[in-house]
Design a protein around this ligand. Structure first.
Ligand SMILES: Nc1ncnc2c1ncn2[C@@H]1O[C@H](COP(=O)(O)OP(=O)(O)OC[C@H]2O[C@@H]([n+]3cccc(C(=O)O)c3)[C@H](O)[C@@H]2O)[C@@H](O)[C@H]1O
Ligand SMILES: Nc1ncnc2c1ncn2[C@@H]1O[C@H](COP(=O)(O)OP(=O)(O)OP(=O)(O)O)[C@@H](O)[C@H]1O
Ligand SMILES: NC(=O)CC[C@H](N)C(=O)O
Length: 570
């Protein structure tokens, strides 16, 4: 039976970094060659990074991407790697317009090129804004086996390329992907890939991107599934990884190019059957992470890549002794190391003793840089000069803190982290230009109840490993308070967080209207209150820093509502 050894290179590309991404492809093709692979698959648009957004419509970038692909084919050959067929995604541009493309590089040349057919245009995706769809399928013959290709969304839609490859009789399907992480998505991917393998009547090798890109984080989760839908191999999540796997497949078909349904199938022969060789042991099937572990890794990866890919090496945040800033600090330490994290306690006249002692304890537990910058004097100058009272006075405290953090950022080059969670963002419970300042907001897509769960999970993990849990117990158990006036607690202004998060789950993530919310059992008063707060806060969300998406509907590109909006539910 014809044999083939494939490698899936689950790598972390950088959007726009053509040279660095090309080097990444050479480096991982070398690893694939060293493990004896005949072909290596990279994620969707690995050469440009994903998503390129409006770079797709810039002809200079498309030209540079094409040139980089051709140079890469030569570079691979010059490095002695031209014998491995490398499946490399990139941005192309032809007379129809920009294309989401994948090519096969072999022997120093670009030997096949295929364009994505189904262009996702929902949630965070806008591919119909950018790309023209393709309707040609390039099938390459390697070691006497017919290898077909489908790009990411081509797997997610019924009909189209997969069905055509099945009808064309391929032996193996390769799929480069850039599939962003969201909670529970790995539960969906495996059955999807399994059903498409069955539809194609061939094993399917799914290679996904890993790493963070602005709000998105890619978890990898590359896998190989047999024609019968059985999972044969699965890569770990959130790390670069080379998955190498042997196949012995019947092959032997003799096909010709031509039309299959709405597609034109082009056949390109690269290599004839190789002599029999000893197969590798079956590769590992890594278990997907638990829900909390997965979310934690997503947040760490998103934060780390945002910081590093934007040229920062350290971060600064206000440490209030509360749960949100404690969780953000713990994430930053896991992402960058304690020596890159600067926590600043900024007491005002209303700050409690525990706000200082809990912040200090976090620093003692973790070794992050800790400093104290009292804000009382700054606040008093504003308050007396502008005769401020009530909310205006309260908000000045948050603004003096924001100003202090930005000043430290300017002076020392740290990136400022905003500590707001999704619940606060939803209801507008933050001071604009105050605690909402920052360059990146690591937990902006994490509801408050999940913030507590994550804190407990992270501390338990540390405990299991015999390490010091990073988050002080008191930060987890004390009632949340903004401490902007004496004795203030969040529940003075907000419903209980468990109740509030339930409503938000339905109204924000579920996009449910008034009648559905009533049917879900919420009282009309609660609905009016929460929906009113959410709708009025759209202006604050638009000005909030970016942060990692973990839910099916994150604020930002997933949920686009007008700021000026007279529609009210109910
Ligand atoms: N549609 C619109 N488009 C553009 N701007 C708009 C606007 N509506 C109001 N504004 C502007 O926004 C201002 C009001 O917003 P802002 O100044 O933020 O003030 P505001 O939302 O009224 O008050 C801040 C709230 O956040 C709470 N807070 C503050 C700090 C920390 C925490 C915490 O625990 O995390 C909570 C605080 O207790 C209070 O309930 C208006 O004065 C106006 O300038
Ligand atoms: N005394 C303080 N010292 C330093 N930073 C503070 C202080 N108070 C508030 N902040 C900053 O402002 C953010 C908003 O915090 P606030 O205490 O108002 O409520 P919160 O949203 O419950 O956050 P946390 O749970 O971190 O306290 C904090 O996360 C922190 O970054
Ligand atoms: N890049 C893509 O085509 C991604 C779309 C796909 N539905 C996913 O999230 O996996």
């Amino acid at each position: 039976m014809p044999q083939i050894r494939i490698a899936l290179a689950q790598v972390n590309a950088t959007v726009g970094g053509l040279d660095g991404n090309a080097s990444l492809v050479v480096e991982w093709t070398r690893k694939a060659a060293e493990s004896g692979a005949h072909l290596v698959v990279f994620p969707e648009m690995v050469l440009t990074g994903y998503p390129v957004e409006d770079l797709a419509i810039r002809s200079s970038f498309a030209r540079a991407s094409r040139a980089a692909l051709e140079d890469l084919a030569v570079a691979l050959d010059s490095a002695g790697l031209g014998g491995v067929a490398a499946f490399v995604g990139y941005l192309d541009h032809d007379t129809a317009g920009p294309r989401n493309a994948a090519s096969v590089l072999h022997g120093g040349r670009v030997v096949a090129t295929q364009y994505k057919h189904h262009l996702p245009n929902y949630g965070v995706f806008d591919e119909r804004r950018y790309f023209k769809p393709g309707d040609e399928l390039d099938v390459v013959r390697i070691n006497g086996l017919e290898v077909g290709l489908v790009i990411c969304e081509d797997l997610w839609q019924d009909g189209g390329p997969i069905a055509a490859l099945g009808a064309a009789g391929v032996d193996l399907v390769i799929s480069p992907n850039a599939s962003p992480y969201e909670r529970k998505k790995d539960d969906v991917r495996l059955p999807l890939v399994a059903s498409r393998a069955a539809e194609a009547g061939a094993p399917l090798a799914y290679c996904n991107l890993v790493g963070g890109q602005d709000e998105l984080v890619f978890d990898g989760d590359s896998m190989v599934v047999g024609a019968d839908g059985v999972l044969l191999a699965r890569a770990p999540q959130f790390v670069e990884h080379l998955l190498v796997m042997d196949f012995s497949l019947p092959g032997g078909g003799s096909y010709s190019s031509g039309a299959v349904g709405e597609f034109t199938v082009e056949r390109i022969a690269l290599s004839e059957a190789v002599p029999a060789y000893a197969p590798l042991p079956a590769p590992r099937i890594f278990e997907p992470l638990s829900d909390e572990a997965e979310v934690w890794h997503a947040l760490v990866t998103g934060l780390r890549d945002y910081v590093r890919k934007n040229g920062f090496s350290s971060v600064v945040l206000g440490l209030s002794g509360g749960i949100d800033s404690a969780v953000v600090a713990a994430l930053a330490i896991d992402a960058l190391g304690a020596s890159a994290v600067h926590g600043v306690s900024m007491p005002s006249i209303y700050s409690s003793d525990h706000s200082r002692s809990d912040a200090y304890e976090m620093a003692q537990r973790t070794g992050l840089h800790y400093s104290v910058e009292p804000i009382a004097d700054m606040v008093s100058v504003f308050v007396s000069q502008l005769s401020l009272t009530g909310l205006a006075e309260e908000n000045i405290q948050a603004r003096c803190r924001g100003m202090t953090l930005m000043a430290l950022s300017n002076q020392h080059g740290h990136l400022v982290l905003a500590t707001g969670n999704k619940t606060e963002l939803a209801v507008g419970y933050s001071t604009i230009y105050g605690d909402a300042v920052g360059g990146f907001a690591p937990i902006k897509d994490v509801l408050k109840t999940l913030v507590w769960d994550l804190a407990r999970w992270r501390n338990d993990e540390a405990f299991k490993r015999g390490e010091q849990p990073p988050i002080p117990e008191n930060s987890i158990v004390k009632p949340p308070s903004a401490e902007l006036r004496p004795g203030q607690v969040d529940t003075d202004s907000l419903p209980d967080y468990a109740v509030l998060d339930d409503v938000l789950d339905d109204y924000v993530e579920g996009d449910r209207g008034y009648d559905d919310l009533i049917a879900a059992g919420f009282s009309p008063e609660l609905i009016d209150r929460v929906v009113g707060m959410v709708d009025r806060a759209e202006y604050k969300r638009r000005q909030y820093p970016p942060g990692t998406k973990i839910s099916a509907k994150a604020f930002g590109r997933d949920r686009r509502l007008p700021i000026t909006n007279a529609w009210r539910e109910g």
